[in-house]
Design a protein around this ligand. Structure first.
Ligand code: FES
Ligand code: FE2
Length: 395
């Protein structure tokens, strides 16, 4: 249970707040490269700031303020030019640094500028840096983002809830047995889906802080102590990314704080190209939305949607003055403490956890060890009798 003030400190995202400043020490994905072809100008909201993303006609990308310096129309209506973005209303034109470079009717171009932030493209995504403009760290090159030889895809789903409750869920192994097991079984029964979901019972859980974040580990009934679930565990990259999946096919789940009460869930998955699969020219993106039932509840279904529904089900900002953390929540408490320790680091002028400045560490890519097998979930098709094992590793 937290005080209302402590919950605000944990969840706020805006500039000048402790957590907002910590969040400004990370690169965030804000758009898919493929989308900029059809929509070269896009409104973006990140960490409570409204911005305009655009690609000019020479291919350069800019991320600038959302309002024209002339009479404040949204620059999301702008027209891409060779020299930047031309305001739809009277043609004032901004370069990628936000500087006005043309004022068509005026006798001279006044020295005006709107705010601008650095962006980079990597892995079919556009990444933004909203932090201090000097001494910017490297954009971390996660293995999946740079595997051009793999088949990859992106799903983005906007969620009406705070980013912390998304990550709390990744620090809570026990929910797997209930949300993805018992609840999923109830769902299948209710919907008449002839599938039986069986999850193993959790016997114990533990967590280890490592260089990039937190490993969560679980011992489940029927698995040995030297099994991967307990001996290796599952990595969460601080402060925002669950790595999900076992073996060579896996994904990143990046929880992007749009503002205090909204999160963009970016799921980035891939696998080594199989025989018969084409090498990808572009990485596709699926813009998904939450499905709701007639009572206003999120319709669950697949595992990621079950998690997203649980986060949204905690409300826009989970009211932690009302909760009672118990034995299963030790990872949640550890994560909150790590967040607050890193807020303090930033306040002392230090780099927070998972700041990459060494090119060698980032080259060719960052690889984080994961469990190679997981024994948590088995689905039995009641029609065919077919069993499929170990779905949902990492959740
Ligand atoms: S409002 Fe943008 S040029 Fe006038
Ligand atoms: Fe989950």
């Amino acid at each position: 249970m937290l005080t209302a003030e402590a919950n605000t400190r944990l969840t706020e995202t805006s500039k000048g707040t402790g957590m907002g400043e910590l969040l400004r020490r990370y690169w965030w994905p804000i758009a898919a490269t493929i989308d900029l072809e059809a929509e070269p100008v896009q409104p973006v909201r990140l960490l409570g700031e409204d911005l305009t993303l655009f690609r000019d006609l020479t291919g350069n990308i800019g991320l600038i303020g959302d309002r024209c310096a002339h009479r404040a129309i949204s620059l999301a209506y702008g027209i891409p030019q060779e020299n930047g973005l031309r305001c739809a209303y009277h043609g004032w034109t901004y370069n990628t640094e936000g500087k006005v470079v043309d004022m068509p009717f005026e006798p001279a171009c006044l020295p005006l500028k709107v705010k601008s932030y650095p962006v980079q493209e990597l892995g079919g995504l556009v990444w933004a840096w909203l932090g201090p403009q000097e001494n910017i760290p490297l954009l971390p090159r996660h293995e999946l983002l740079v595997r051009d030889d793999w088949v990859r895809k992106v799903t983005m789903r906007p969620l009406p809830c705070n980013w912390v409750q998304c990550n709390d869920n990744s620090m809570d192994p026990v929910h797997f047995e209930h949300l993805h097991g018992h609840f999923a079984q109830w769902w299948n029964t209710k919907k008449g889906i002839p599938k039986q979901v069986q999850t193993a019972r959790h016997l114990k859980i533990d967590f280890d802080v490592f260089e990039y974040g937190i490993y969560k580990r679980r011992l489940i009934e029927g698995e040995p102590e030297d099994g991967d679930d307990w001996a290796v565990g599952h990595p969460f990259i601080f402060p925002h990314t669950l790595i999900q999946g076992v073996g060579e096919s896996y994904g990143l789940q990046i929880r992007v704080p749009v503002d205090d009460t909204h999160t963009m869930h970016v799921r980035y998955s891939g696998h080594p190209t199989k025989a018969g699969e084409q090498r990808q020219e572009k990485i596709p993106v699926n813009h998904a939305t939450l499905p709701y039932d007639a009572f206003g509840r999120v319709e669950w279904g697949e595992i990621p949607l079950q998690d997203e529904a649980a986060w949204v089900g905690q409300g826009p900002i989970s009211d932690r003055t009302q909760e009672h953390l118990a034995t299963s929540d030790k990872g949640v408490i550890l994560y909150h403490n790590l967040l607050l320790e890193n807020v303090a680091k930033v306040e002392r002028g230090e780099d927070p956890m998972f700041t990459i400045r060494d090119e060698a560490e980032n080259t060719p890519y960052i690889h984080v060890e994961r469990e190679k097998r997981s024994g948590k979930l088995e689905t039995v098709d009641l029609v065919t009798g077919q069993r499929s094992a170990s779905g949902g590793a990492g959740y």
